[in-house]
Design a protein around this ligand. Structure first.
Ligand code: NAD
Length: 482
């Protein structure tokens, strides 16, 4: 059967344009491997064009009131809600997301935009006053100007919304680049919203990390780059942004431990691992990819988890809305995950369940559990970003904390225990930006921050803390009449 391929363009200066090179990139459906669409392979020249349009837009947009900015964000939220089913179906197709995952994303996106619509009117600073006799000091919290957002492929439109909300609320103009694998929902959203977005205030350039993302990072007129992506990419961007002393917000990789104390209920833990480890095919920066279990309940937790994981339905999300887990994003990612498993078995690890591909087409990996792993092994230390969890026993709470913290990442963690005081003590000692107790992965809410420690990056998404990333503080001093 032939599939119709959609041709899409970039949204620059309120217009739909091809790449300056005329080149395009293919966008695949990871459940089938078929080409869904072609998008422009953006160039440095396209980024120049977007920056020129952003500068033009800035001259008007920066004099808008917080109320005006709120109204734009509320209009964008309404557009997400009105088109929620279409956006979720498209995301499901482009990322291979099961329907139960994809359908919950648009309501979370519009909620996020509405939170920032309110935040636009809540910018805070120190009170103006006479801190030195004869002078009044005041604080202006200002937008940065032109900011860029560079997005990953695991939650393409959702992560873009995390960047759009605070950037526009703070009064910036923004250029967003989706990941090359998953540009479709952001482009479609821009199409749906084009009537309400003043030209140049929010633009979408498509293309690969190099040259398109790189051109954003190196541009001297762009004052902030917010990246959600791999830690390796974050390090490259940090080096390349140094030449223009550009502000960065880095939401990078994770290797979240789930710490299961000896008084936790094994059945509850097994269900939590199903969500924490395999939601979105484990392609989640906060996925519970390392299960640390007290040796006293290790066998019970492992056997119950294997039962739950083996019962999961895996397949093309388009074939059935009840599919629980879809493919990974690409052939490259599939091979990467298999490479981790091969190296783990070479190092004497045991694949208790899963470990292979599923079906004849698409990029599937079966839900996998690996045991007998050393703390310093590749599969424990590095982000796999697929449906793979490792399970390690520990002997005491102190031992668990040491294992949990013994990685270079610091994004998220969880503790399972019936004893709240004990769980709190462990949580206080975990070196991660989010710690859940008796939960993993959820809830996320716009009022609360999301962001990592250590090599998981710095800065916060969501919450009023994220407004710090997108604003600058100016001290204005007035000499009073004598
Ligand atoms: P990636 O780092 O490969 O790509 C992310 C984005 O960076 C893409 O848009 C890509 O085109 C761009 N990019 C790549 N090289 C670049 C360069 N040299 N200059 C400028 N831009 C460049 O990440 P990915 O594979 O798309 O996403 C998966 C990663 O994202 C995982 O590591 C995951 O943990 C992380 N992630 C983190 C969070 C978080 O909140 N911390 C959330 C989601 C995903």
């Amino acid at each position: 059967m032939s599939v119709s391929v959609t041709q899409m363009k970039q949204f620059i200066g309120g217009e739909w344009v091809e790449s300056s090179s005329g080149e395009t990139l293919e966008v695949l459906n990871p459940a089938t491997g078929e080409v869904l669409a072609e998008v422009p392979a953006g160039t440095g020249e396209d980024v120049e064009r977007a920056v020129a349009a952003a500068k033009k837009a800035w001259s008007e947009w920066h004099s808008k009131t917080p109320k005006d900015r709120m109204e734009l964000l509320l209009a964008l939220a309404d557009i997400v809600d009105e088109n929620a089913e279409e956006l979720a179906r498209l995301e499901s197709q482009n990322v291979g997301k099961p329907w139960w995952v994809a359908k919950d994303e648009p309501p979370a996106m519009s909620d996020n935009l509405r939170f920032f619509a309110g935040a636009a009117r809540q910018l805070e600073g120190k009170s103006a006053g006479e801190y030195v006799e004869g002078y009044t000091s005041m604080i202006r919290r200002e937008p940065l100007g032109i900011v860029a957002g560079i997005c990953p492929w695991n939650y393409p439109l959702y992560m873009a919304m995390w960047k759009i909300g605070p950037a526009l609320a703070a009064g910036n103009v923004q250029i967003v680049k989706p990941a090359e694998q998953t540009p479709l929902t952001l482009l479609r959203f821009a199409e749906l919203a084009q009537e309400v977005i003043p030209p140049g205030v929010l633009q979408v350039v498509t293309g690969e990390g190099i040259p398109t993302g790189d051109a954003l990072v190196r541009h001297s007129d762009i004052r902030l780059v917010s990246l959600t992506g791999d830690t390796a990419t974050g390090k490259i961007i940090a080096k390349n942004a140094a030449d223009t002393v550009k502000r960065l917000h880095l939401e990078l990789g994770g290797k979240a431990p789930m710490v299961v104390l000896d008084d936790a209920d094994p059945a509850t833990v097994a269900e939590a691992i199903k969500i924490g480890g395999y939601f979105n095919s484990g392609q989640d920066c906060t996925a519970s990819s390392r299960i640390l279990v007290s040796e006293r309940i290790y066998d019970d937790v492992l056997s119950q988890t294997v039962g739950v994981v083996d019962a999961m339905t895996v397949g093309d999300p388009a074939s059935d809305d009840d599919i629980e887990m879809g493919p990974v994003i690409s052939h490259e990612q599939q091979q990467r995950v298999l490479g981790f498993l091969e190296r783990a078995t070479d190092a004497e690890a045991t694949i208790v369940t899963g470990g292979g591909t599923v079906g004849e087409r698409g990029f599937f990996i079966s839900p996998t559990i690996v045991t007998d792993v050393a703390q310093d092994s590749d599969i424990v230390q590095n982000e796999v970003f697929g449906p793979v969890v490792t399970v390690q026993p520990f002997s005491s709470d102190e031992d668990a904390i040491a294992l949990a913290n013994g990685v270079r990442y610091g994004l998220a963690a969880s503790v399972f225990s019936e004893n709240v005081g004990r769980a709190m003590k462990v949580a206080a000692n975990l070196d991660f930006g989010t710690v859940w107790i008796n939960e993993h992965l959820f809830p996320l809410t716009p009022e609360m921050p999301h962001g990592g420690f250590k090599e998981s990056g710095y800065g916060k998404d969501m919450s009023l803390y994220s407004m710090e990333e997108y604003t600058r503080i100016k001290h204005v001093v007035v000499k009073l009449a004598e």
